[in-house]
Write a protein that binds this ligand. Structure first.
Ligand code: FMN
Ligand code: COI
Length: 370
């Protein structure tokens, strides 16, 4: 087996797109970690559809508009962000780079954009808060251990976390065949450090003849609407729900007091036959109206993709794998460069589509989907 290369100390001039990072990232990870990072569920159809969905739209060029005061600022929950491209929660980032989440947090701070830290972060939340000054949100999986949950939430508030992003689409991992084939497991030294002290989750039973999931106790850790409503009510921070696709679920999220929604299929890692976020987005936006912000993630690889998502009603987007490619290839500099590439592409797209700010990006900027 070939040993992964060391991270790049300088970014080569030939890396000019997100896709250019892929081969550099792969050469710097073990095949097992690569399977975890890039894989999707089952046959990975959705993983590919998430990206190809963006190719169904065209963007109308509009000419001769005044762009002298153009900007990409976006207001969310009473705060202004420089541009609408945020970093999605990705677990165990020390699989990609020895500095893991700390490198990502430093890049996010330098690039002035929120980093949603995964609850399964391989770096301590306190270390991130102490060493990286940028806005941090915390992704959350509802936990049956209420005492440990309350302790972590209190700590997050004290550390200045600005919002909670409660992931609701993965009560159980999808069937991840690529990970299984690669026999992925966490290497020594990479663990969910913020969950130390939490009661262990029941294990899935996989003996022939026994129900592998139902009745094992595993789903006792899966929350219901009532538990999420209670969580939102008790939480001192605004709570986004991540992993909503159906407009009925979006309405229910609004009813129970969610501060926002992330339309997502978990990057194609849960149910391979789910709709793409881009397909689901317009109906979700219609269901909740202007009352709460709707964000979207999954398959965004170009600034034009960001533009299309905004035109279909998203307030901002999140990226997952793109910044992990940057992280694996070149640490904090790679993450920052990926953000810079996408931000540049978005601004160029806006200029060519005649949009001087994000409010100008509307549905009629797009040609019909085919
Ligand atoms: C390796 C990996 C780990 C992830 N870990 C989490 C996680 O801990 N919590 C979560 O809510 N979503 C997680 N996600 C999903 C991402 O937050 C996001 O929804 C997805 O990556 C977006 O799709 P994209 O990778 O095409 O940008 C993970 C995704 C990847 C690729
Ligand atoms: C620890 C995992 C459940 C993190 C995750 O959400 C993922 O791998 O997609």
């Amino acid at each position: 087996m070939t040993t992964p290369l060391a991270p790049l100390s300088q970014i080569p001039a030939e890396i000019v797109t997100v896709a250019d990072y892929i081969s550099y990232a792969q050469a710097r990870m073990t095949p097992q970690a690569w399977a975890y990072l890039t894989g999707g569920a089952a046959d990975e159809r959705l993983l590919h559809r998430n990206e190809s969905a963006y190719q169904r739209y065209q963007i109308w060029p509009r000419v001769l508009r005044d762009l002298t005061a153009a900007h990409t600022r976006v207001s969310l929950l009473g705060k202004e962000y420089a541009y609408p491209i945020f970093l999605a929660p990705v677990a165990y980032q020390r699989l990609a780079h020895p500095e893991g989440e700390l490198a990502t947090a430093l890049a996010a701070a330098a690039m002035q954009t929120p980093f949603v830290v995964s609850m399964q972060s391989s770096t301590d939340l306190a270390v991130l808060a102490a060493q990286a000054p940028g806005p941090q949100w915390l992704q959350w999986y509802w936990q049956p251990d209420q005492q440990a949950s309350a302790r972590l939430l209190t700590q997050a508030v004290q550390l200045g976390v600005e919002a909670i992003v409660l992931t609701v689409d993965a009560p159980v991992n999808g069937v991840r065949n690529r990970e299984q084939r690669a026999q992925f497991c966490l290497p020594a030294g990479v663990e969910a450090v913020n969950l130390r002290g939490f009661a262990p989750q029941p294990a899935l039973v996989s003996q022939a003849g026994q129900s592998p999931l139902f009745g094992t106790g595993f789903l006792q850790t899966a929350p219901t609407w009532a538990q999420v409503a209670e969580f939102i009510q008790d939480c001192p921070l605004p709570v986004f729900l991540k992993g909503i696709l159906h407009p009925g679920d979006a309405r229910q999220a609004l009813e129970i007091g969610a501060a926002g929604i992330v339309v997502s299929n978990h990057g194609g890692r849960v149910l391979d036959t789910a709709p793409t976020p881009l397909q689901a987005l317009p109906a979700v936006v219609q269901a909740v109206g202007a009352s709460i912000p709707v964000l979207v993630d999954g398959g965004i690889r170009r600034g034009t993709d960001v533009f299309i998502a905004l035109a279909l009603g998203a307030k901002a987007v999140l990226i997952g794998r793109p910044y992990m490619y940057g992280l694996a290839a070149a640490g904090a500099a790679g993450v920052a460069h990926v953000l810079h590439i996408l931000r540049t592409e978005l601004e160029v797209t806006m200029a060519l589509a005649g949009c001087h700010n994000l409010d100008a990006i509307q549905r009629d900027c797009l040609g019909d989907a085919y």
